[in-house]
Write a protein that binds this ligand. Structure first.
Ligand code: SF4
Ligand code: SF4
Length: 221
């Protein structure tokens, strides 16, 4: 006949097992509220009066009224709104159709198809341009990862937040909708490069005085 196995929580040994100590501590803490005096109210007012106090205090606060859309709301300067595809100072497009923005997008909201520039039809400096560009604002979460990924600073975000529509198709913005408007001195592409001999003059080399070209790499202003 074998000897009886001592109970796991037995107290025959001199040292208390760690598990047993833990149990004792837990029992002590759970029993603590029962031995303490009931808590006192933080206010002498009855409960319903304390609740309505919040209501009454709010009634006398200054009311903030937004008159939108009659008065457009001013966003913070760095608000992430509708995207813009920017241009070089001569009107050529900064987008080179590399698709890095589409790969960076966590919501799969961007669709890009690159095209080849030719000497007869040039839309951007260099070899390639964004022939098809779409952003689906039903998917976009305005995180800004796409503009961080863009190597030419073609893609930026504006402060325009008025993107609601009752037509799903209308919320897929095309390249024509996203392109920045032509400013004075710009020319509607396609046209030859006006600011240098090759794309290095647009992207790398310092602009010639008076040329209006601007370096793009490293620009984060
Ligand atoms: S802001 Fe974010 S979700 Fe919207 S298109 Fe850019 S990467 Fe995609
Ligand atoms: S917007 Fe920028 S990242 Fe996107 S395809 Fe054009 S150049 Fe590439």
């Amino acid at each position: 006949m074998s000897e009886p196995t001592p109970p796991a929580t037995g107290t025959t040994s001199g040292a208390e097992p760690a598990r047993r100590e833990g149990t004792a501590i837990a029992r002590q803490s759970s029993a603590a509220p029962a031995t303490t005096a009931p808590g006192k109210r933080s206010s002498w007012l009855p409960g319903p009066a304390q609740g309505f106090g919040v209501t009454f205090a709010t009634m006398f606060k200054k009311v903030t009224t937004e008159s939108y859309p009659e008065v457009p709301k001013q966003t913070k300067p760095r608000y992430h709104g509708r995207h813009v595809l920017n241009r070089h100072p001569d009107g050529l497009e900064k987008c080179v159709g590399c698709e890095l923005c589409a790969w960076a997008c966590p919501a799969d909201a961007i669709y890009v198809e690159g095209g080849d520039n030719t000497e007869d039809a040039r839309f951007s400096p260099g070899e390639r341009y964004g022939a098809v560009y779409q952003i689906n604002y039903l998917r976009c979460i305005f995180c800004g990862l796409c503009i961080e990924a863009c190597p030419t600073r073609s893609l930026t975000m504006s402060n325009d937040f008025e993107l609601a529509d009752d037509d799903r198709q209308a919320l897929i913005y095309t390249k024509e909708q996203l392109m920045a408007p032509l400013l004075p001195g710009m020319e509607q592409p396609p046209h030859p490069m006006r600011l240098g001999e090759d794309e290095q003059d647009y992207y790398v080399r310092a602009p010639q005085p008076g040329s209006g070209a601007e370096p793009v790499i490293g620009e984060r202003a």
